[in-house]
Design a protein around this ligand. Sequence first.
Ligand code: BTN
Length: 242
Amino acid sequence: MELNLSAGFATKLLYFDQLDSTNEFLMKKASDDARQFPDMTVVSTSWQTAGRGRNERQWVSPKGSSLASSILIRKPASAAQWYGILLALAAVKSLRGQQLDAGLKWPNDVLVQERKLAGILGQSGGDYLVVGIGLNLSAVDIENSISLSELAVKTDYDLQLSSILENFSELRREFETNGVSAVLDDLRSLSHTLGKRIRVTTDQGQFEGVATDIDTQGRLVLDHGDKTVSAGDIVHLRGVID
Ligand code: BTN
């Protein structure tokens, strides 16, 4: 596949017709073959056979139905979680530029019409990390998911990837120059989680509360500070402000 637009936002861009997992591939190459894989190497496929999701889940990307791409970040300025958030924000901005009312479900799911359009996975190596995005181009048989074709948006791979990479590079520059405060306002205003009653599942168990803020460490604040959540799965129960 020709990815001429996307190549302009990567130092090196590799596309495979089929790959087990773009994250796994890049995690391995980043340490085994460091000189060949510089910062902002991007690995992409439209058929991922062993995609990885958050919390050890699988990420299903059947042939041609999804955009699966991973970015290598060398010497990150901060923890993987922040680069994952930057990538999710980049996708949301890209989609909003295509007139979609996209938002974020904490920590980094991309939603449209309260259904999942894209997911993000960040993984850390020694002094590098890999952040990957899976974006549904056409319908996938997964509950509560949605795709670009169902939303009548162009599914052109290069167009979508290049727009995400362009937004990511810009957000990364701002983040590495000015820190968390450079992206916190966007993160809060584009959140579909804030203001909602949610159920959280963590290793310590389940609880419910109203999501009232995202703090400077990217944690979700419940009930004005009664609890903060740094990791786990959440379910949106209902809006309290709408
Ligand atoms: C999630 O929502 O659970 C995260 C999904 C992340 C999927 C992407 S697809 C590209 C990259 N390679 C992987 O194996 N996973 C991520």
